[in-house]
Design a protein around this ligand. Sequence first.
Ligand code: DAK
Length: 257
Amino acid sequence: MAYETILTEVRGNVGLVTINRPKAYNALNSTVMSELVDALAVFDADDAVGAMVLAGSEKAFAAGADIKEMSGKTAVDMFKGSFVDSWDAIRAIRKPVIAAVSGYALGGGCELAMLCDMIVASESAKFGQPEINLGIIPGAGGTQRLARTVGKFLAMEMVLNNRTLSAAEAANFGLVNRVVPVEGFVDAAVSLAQEIAERAPTAVQIGKEAVNHAFETTLAEGVAVERRLFQLLFSTEDRTEGMNAFVEKRKANWTGK
Ligand code: DAK
């Protein structure tokens, strides 16, 4: 399908989605969001794709929601709009999504990166929640995910006083998985995604579900859910194959069954 604001391609077993609104620092208008949802859902349903990368440009992952589009909206528009649903739809993607972040990841851009499962940042990446400058606060999970990731005190400074984090600081505070040179930052994310795509597909998706559950519940309930998911994997052919391959000293041949 041809999109207006994003580019898509498959590299190996990785679905790559690139936000492409260079004139607006990849600001996330409703077209970008609905196209992202569509493209990620297509890759999620494609058995040849095991993981995805969501990238921006070298200059900007995304400078936030589109302020020009948002400026005329009422509270009821914000409540009813499909813009809100898009974020939930991205959260519901089952396969791992790795954000490849270079340049600005601000406001909704930072939140979009945090909706992903891992973040590969280029040395120029800048993470921030500047909504306070617009008289609002983050609206797509930023206050919650930042507090859980970088801790209360730094999250407060970012949300209340627009403290931005360099890539090195983000790595230091556990907000990104790794920092790589600007040149080739997307390739670095794709190669990490390819490694994951070569693993047992059902276990990968169930592993994502289990880790994400940690953010939704108590430790006791989370451990109970993990145990059920672990037991479920004992019904898969890949579990038998993986253990047989280890015993037989050969590479496993995953089928996703
Ligand atoms: N929206 C619209 N246009 C933007 C934009 C944005 N967020 N960011 C940049 N642009 C546009 C500029 O308007 C400008 O367009 P023209 O004037 O050329 O037409 C062009 O990109 C270049 O920008 P600048 O001239 O400003 O370039 P600079 O290099 O001087 O500065 C900058 C780059 C990224 C530092 C600056 O543009 C900037 O501060 N941008 C705004 C960053 C920001 O405040 N982001 C937070 C937006 S609020 C929700 C989900 C999500 C959200 C809310 C609710 N729900 C699910 C309920 C999210 C909210 C937000 O993200």
